[in-house]
Structure formats: structure tokens, C-alpha cells
Design a protein around this ligand. Structure first.
Ligand SMILES: [Zn+2]
Length: 79
């Protein structure tokens, strides 16, 4: 059985204690994960993308697989 991966983009503002999930993307296993995640972050301007692994194809049970942080998309609001 092949594992499935889903990436969720997050909008994060540490100043306002905000961490909100934005969009969910099913990863294409034939494409490099880092590349896909980078694309999602760019599209959503997301400083944080979490990739979850699912043992089942219906994404019933998700476990955190990897976290990607993108400094260039962090909020620039004042403290
Ligand atoms: Zn902020």
C-alpha cells in the first residue's frame, strides 16, 4: 500500500498568536515533495506548511510527517 501525503498551508502571526490553516493539497508522489511544498507556500504566501502522512487513501488518519518553514513569507507586522 502506498502512503498518501497531504500538505496544509498555515497563516502564522506570532504577534497576534495566530496560526490558522488555509488550504489543503494532496501531494503528487511522482513529484519532489520539497518542490511542491514550496509552490503551495508561494501560492498562499504561507510561512508554515505541514505535511501529513496517511496510511489510508481516504486521509482518515493523519500523522505529522514534516514541517516546512518559509521565512520570506512571515508576517511583517510590528511588535
Ligand atoms: Zn504578525
Amino acid at each position: 500500500m502506498t502512503k498518501s501525503y497531504v500538505a496544509i498551508t498555515y497563516d502564522v502571526c506570532e504577534h497576534n498568536d495566530l496560526c490558522e490553516d488555509m488550504n489543503e493539497y494532496i501531494l503528487d508522489s511522482s513529484v519532489d515533495m520539497d518542490k511542491q511544498v514550496k509552490g503551495f507556500a508561494e501560492q498562499d504566501v504561507a510561512p508554515l506548511v505541514k505535511v501529513y502522512e496517511s496510511a489510508t487513501s481516504d486521509f482518515g488518519e493523519l500523522t505529522l510527517y514534516k514541517e516546512f518553514k518559509f521565512k520570506e513569507y512571515e508576517c511583517d507586522c510590528e511588535q
